[in-house]
Design a protein around this ligand. Structure first.
Ligand SMILES: Cc1cc2nc3c(=O)[nH]c(=O)nc-3n(C[C@H](O)[C@H](O)[C@H](O)COP(=O)(O)O)c2cc1C
Length: 188
């Protein structure tokens, strides 16, 4: 099972990128193959209908669409910006939604967030869900939001709180199981 790993933040010290790294390790342990997406390298411009009309999807968006097509699902770790979805991620989804055939339809997604706040960026995930679901993505019902994330990682990148680490493992194992079942059905 191949999964794309996407972070909604670019910065090196990103808490969401740390959480994504931990999730990737657990997903690989559960048998998934990961295709890590580097949004800086893709350099996807802001959606512009005139660009789409004149030249179609820009190269970065086209490459992302091809890599989504080749995968069974996505794992996304994203901060919430002002209770919403960071433009980086929303813009990528907007371009993907214009690709034909639309590559997100029928894929599975696991949503994660991290924030220094006590809510852990969870409101941003609730804002992200509808944009994915309207495009036909099977968004896993359980989401994982890491509160006070700036104090939550060990130097090895694990979660300091053992119970929380166990919960993350349970969410990931459930997601892998459900994704296998959904993708078997999607391919029939
Ligand atoms: C533009 C902007 C908006 C933000 N809005 C929120 C917010 O609504 N809720 C929240 O918990 N944190 C908010 N934050 C703080 C981020 O959660 C915090 O900077 C976090 O570390 C960003 O994720 P990263 O560490 O992966 O870069 C905001 C940060 C920025 C830069």
């Amino acid at each position: 099972m191949k999964l794309l790993a996407l972070a909604g933040a670019l910065r090196k010290g990103s808490l969401n990128r740390q959480l994504l790294s931990l999730a990737v390790k657990l997903l690989e342990g559960a048998g998934a193959e990961i295709d890590p997406i580097d949004f800086r390298a893709l350099a996807i411009p802001i959606y512009d209908g005139d660009v789409e009309t004149s030249t179609g999807l820009p190269p970065g968006a086209l490459e992302l669409a091809q890599r989504v097509t080749a995968a069974e699902g996505l794992v996304i770790a994203s901060p919430e910006y002002n209770f919403g979805v960071p433009a980086l991620l929303k813009n990528a989804i907007d371009w993907l939604s214009r690709a034909k055939p639309m590559p997100l339809r029928g894929k599975s997604a696991l949503l994660l967030s991290a924030s220094p706040s006590l809510v852990g960026g969870n409101r941003g995930l609730w804002a992200l869900r509808p944009s994915l679901e309207v495009l036909g993505v099977h968004v896993y019902p359980d989401m994982f939001s890491l509160a006070t994330a700036h104090q939550s990682f060990t130097p090895e990148g694990e979660l300091k709180d053992e119970a929380l680490g166990k919960f993350l493992r349970r969410v990931i194992d459930g997601f892998v199981r459900v994704t296998r079942a959904i993708q078997t059905t999607e391919k029939k």
